[in-house]
Design a protein around this ligand. Sequence first.
Ligand SMILES: [Zn+2]
Length: 196
Amino acid sequence: MIWGAVFPRYCVSCGTEGALLCVLCAADTSLDGPPFAYANPKIRKLICAWKYDGDEDGLRCLIGLIRPRAASWKSVIEAKSIQAVVPIPLSSWKERMRGFNQAKDGARAIGELLHIPSIDLLERKHRWFAQANTSHELRKKSFAKNPFTLRSGIDVPKRIVIFDDVVTTGATMNAAEEVLRDAGVEEIVRMSIARG
Ligand SMILES: [Zn+2]
């Protein structure tokens, strides 16, 4: 949906009508990152617009903030010969409720920026579907251990970026990384738009 055509847009930072982030606020020289501080209201509001309101302009503005600051990311991609970016998936029920796949969209946008493909390698297990032939207790333990599994039938690159929109403790990234290492991935670089 082209939101601007339906609703007037106001800058999340200064309130000026016209865009979700106005040109002046986008040219913020004090902004440190990526990853940016989630505590920064501008960053938080853009992420929330994208993540919770499904507003694609939120992601577009965030990528716009990352683009001129992506030199360190680009040099890591080059130095480590990274082949692809892998999104940390949301659970499917969350995706269904929201009606869009934010993790995939984010990884695709980061991939385009870094000139590498995004590959949907991971799947988030369901608490109630995983390993249907085992007992409830075992299922609970297995889910607590690692909520991710590898999607079948996809060639696994050796050198990848794992991408999540916001990273706080890093526990989610650790779990994803464990599954990918087990699948033979040798080099993993972590990237996120924001840190909590
Ligand atoms: Zn503004």
